[in-house]
Ligand binder design. Structure first.
Ligand SMILES: NC(=O)c1ccc[n+]([C@@H]2O[C@H](COP(=O)([O-])OP(=O)(O)OC[C@H]3O[C@@H](n4cnc5c(N)ncnc54)[C@H](O)[C@@H]3O)[C@@H](O)[C@H]2O)c1
Ligand SMILES: [Zn+2]
Length: 692
């Protein structure tokens, strides 16, 4: 079954409900059915959360689904050993060796309600009498096992499914606070549990760099940590600031008789422990502790999502035992979600393709409409001034549709005045100029950010769609000095490419083939690929239809821009943009360079009929008799759309030699028919269209 089918049937995958009718209102059959769907959905959420580090839903929502599943299983006697309520989420992933843990690494029973905490304490009291509790922050990071033999770090593994995890020892060795060797009088054998995390300030700094480099920032420090610890290249891990707090002994050749005594020895051995550990002698104090930590939360340099209350004495712990999912001696008292209102920690500046600077607020992670966000757009300097937003202010964050969240208003003003954009570009240091409400870097293609984005755009979906040339490879090529202009794409050679890290013969060959095949692009694609502001694929198609050749179009744009306004989609602003683009010396030179390598074809968009109207095609890989561009042009000439990426609206994915994997995956997911070149030709023939 494909994911698309699952989505249609399973209501608990995307935007699931969090309120449920009481379990008594369900018939047994209904309960069974809901349990099945919930299990399937929870497994999928576990996979996305633990394996992909890209959850689909907010933690609160997940918790609600999980609680519902458990309630139904309890109420209708539907417990089953394979249910996700009976295990710890997160299958190990293939790229790492799988290792079995010294002792099971379980989850913790948890709730945000005081009454549940008291119920936990009552049960402990009933089973083992009065106890002391150790209270600790509940770190929101990635749980790991560390095994020391004769004081040496032998192994570090992720929690995985609780029994087996991924061996990430090489990565863990790059974390400064993970000792390679223990000090003092350590036990011969020691397996400890710790939480690896990214400190908040380092997270914001790292996200800031990602934003400024044009990469997708991480949603929150936990995702950043999970994504980092599973990096295959330890050098990448070493580059990212991770830390660890150790918080439990899993097993040791020599054990103290209480958890607190154990924790006291950790620092002697060189194992880092939070200073916030507190030993208390009743549950009221443990509840007070949580309330105090909730207040202290924003002042800590690490994310915590609650506190953990643990029975201190080892014999009482053992008597309490464990379920398949959690140890019964501990309980997590969770914090409420931070909602929509949050402080701005810093501002990063993103430089776009046209040099436009977009200030992005870096936030304390906050829940907005069920999704954790840690950055929000501030749009432009004028808006910042109007809203009077500054670093340190507490703001309300909103999301509109799927676009990135934005800062709506200041709720609490911390200082005076508002954030001012730098007067030099953070990437290339050229002067920044204001144009109306917006600010631009004047560096042009001398600005690495603009250069990279222009190349990405040229090679992207709205441009010539060169597979294998994306954000990551462009950065690599620009950093290596191989691309100083878009036109340099056509000067790449095999030796340059294979010398780059991570490039093999095949990937180099594929990229060179793609570039080679793009030398005679359809005019519309070429116009769109130039990345002229306001000229996307649709407008480009209209322009191509109107002018037929690149030269005819350019001459008009240079000399008679008013005439451009006759073209559908083109108004005064766009006409002016086009005129400015082609009369700018830098752009004229860049286009001139490109035209040394590329000859846009004369457009024959007018010539066809509308036989294929309402169909959308996507092409991948190289076709035999024609270039991909020509095939696109042909279907477009007959009224169809040709787009760069597969979605639910795509009708056919046409697959040639060396096709891209992403498009095929997307087609599978969206149930889009995949056809090869012959089938494609047959299809056209049915409409009386011949592909030359
Ligand atoms: N959004 C989603 O789709 C999704 C999917 C799966 C899980 N989740 C979220 O993950 C959480 C459940 O995951 P979990 O099973 O890892 O539980 P958890 O992370 O909430 O709690 C258990 C973990 O707490 C950690 N921990 C931190 N500080 C600790 C301390 N001082 N002492 C002991 N342990 C400490 C341990 O490493 C342990 O792995 C829930 O909050 C759930 O919402 C979300
Ligand atoms: Zn710049």
């Amino acid at each position: 079954m494909s994911v698309a089918d699952e989505d249609a049937e399973n209501p608990y995958l995307r935007d699931p409900p969090t309120d449920f009718a009481s379990v008594e209102e369900l018939s047994e059959d209904e309960a069974r059915e809901q349990v099945e769907l919930l299990r399937e959905a929870v497994r999928e959420h576990d996979r996305r959360y633990y394996v992909e580090s890209e959850p689909l839903i907010a933690d609160r929502t997940y918790d609600a689904l999980f609680a519902r599943l458990r309630d139904l299983e309890d109420a209708f006697g539907l417990e089953h050993p394979d249910s996700p309520t009976r295990s710890v989420g997160g299958e190990p992933i293939e790229e790492f060796d799988t290792v079995e843990h010294v002792a099971p690494m379980l989850s913790i029973d948890q709730s945000g309600e005081e009454e549940d905490v008291r119920e936990f304490a009552d049960r402990v009291q009933r089973e083992v009498g009065d106890v002391d509790y150790v209270c600790e922050p509940k770190f929101d990071g990635v749980s790991m096992e560390f095994v020391y033999e004769d004081g040496r770090l032998e192994r570090a593994a992720t929690r995985g499914d609780g029994r087996e995890g991924d061996d990430v020892t090489r990565n863990a060795r790059t974390i400064g606070s993970v000792p390679q060797k223990l000090h003092g009088d350590y036990p011969d054998f020691l397996a400890v549990r710790g939480e690896v995390y990214m400190p908040k300030d380092a997270f914001q700094k790292h996200n800031r760099e990602r934003i400024e480099r044009g990469e997708e920032p991480f949603a929150n420090p936990r995702n950043a940590t999970a994504g980092t610890i599973r990096q295959l290249d330890p050098a990448v891990v070493a580059d990212r600031p991770l830390e660890v707090f150790f918080f439990d002994v899993l097993e040791a050749s020599d054990l103290e008789d209480s958890h607190s005594a154990e924790l006291e020895r950790f620092p002697e051995w060189g194992l880092r422990v939070t200073e916030h550990v507190k030993l208390v002698d009743d549950i009221d104090e443990a509840i007070d502790y949580r309330d105090r930590m909730l207040e202290a939360r924003d002042d800590l340099n690490y994310e915590i999502d609650g506190t953990v209350i643990k029975v201190d004495a080892r014999d009482a712990r053992e008597e309490l035992g464990r379920t398949a999912r959690h140890d019964r001696y501990a309980f997590a008292y969770k914090f409420p979600a931070r909602a929509e209102v949050t402080p701005i920690v810093d501002v990063a500046v993103q430089v776009g393709r046209t040099g436009r600077l977009t200030p992005v607020a870096l936030l304390e992670p906050v829940d907005v409409g069920g999704v954790t966000v840690s950055r929000a757009s501030l749009h432009n300097p004028e808006e910042i001034a109007e809203k009077n937003v500054g670093i340190g202010d507490t703001v309300r964050v909103q999301r509109a549709g799927d676009v990135i969240p934005y800062v709506e208003e200041v709720v609490e003003k911390d200082g005076e005045g508002h954030y001012e954009l730098p007067d030099h570009c953070p990437i290339c240091d050229s002067a920044v100029e204001r144009d109306g409400p917006m600010a631009f870097c004047t560096g042009g293609l001398a600005c690495d950010a603009q250069l990279r984005r222009s190349i990405e755009y040229y090679a992207g979906d709205d441009g010539l769609d060169l597979e294998g040339i994306g954000e990551k490879s462009v950065r690599q090529l620009v950093d290596a000095g191989l691309l100083e202009s878009v036109a340099d794409l056509y000067e790449l050679d095999r030796e340059d490419l294979t010398a780059l890290e991570g490039w093999g013969e095949t990937s180099a060959e594929n990229v060179l083939d793609e570039v080679e095949a793009s030398r005679e692009p359809p005019l519309a694609d070429f116009l769109s690929a130039l990345g002229i502001p306001h000229v996307g694929p649709t407008t480009a198609r209209e322009l191509a239809r109107e002018f037929g050749t690149f030269d005819a179009f350019r001459e008009t744009a240079e000399a008679e821009p008013e005439r451009l306004e006759d073209v559908p989609d083109v108004g005064e602003t766009v006409a002016k943009q086009l005129h400015e683009f082609f009369t700018s010396e830098a752009n004229a030179a860049a286009v001139g360079d490109l035209l040394e390598h590329v000859s846009p074809q004369e457009s024959d968009l007018e010539s066809g009929g509308d036989e294929l109207e309402s169909l959308t095609f996507v092409f991948t890989g190289s076709l035999e008799g024609v270039t991909r561009g020509e095939a696109q042009e042909t279907v477009e000439a007959h009224g169809a759309n040709a787009t760069g990426s597969v979605s639910g609206n795509t009708d056919y994915l046409v697959v040639g030699e060396n096709p891209g994997q992403t498009k095929r995956d997307d087609a599978e997911v969206n149930d889009v028919p995949i056809v090869d070149e012959d089938e494609f030709r047959d299809l056209l023939a049915e409409y009386g269209i011949d592909l030359e």
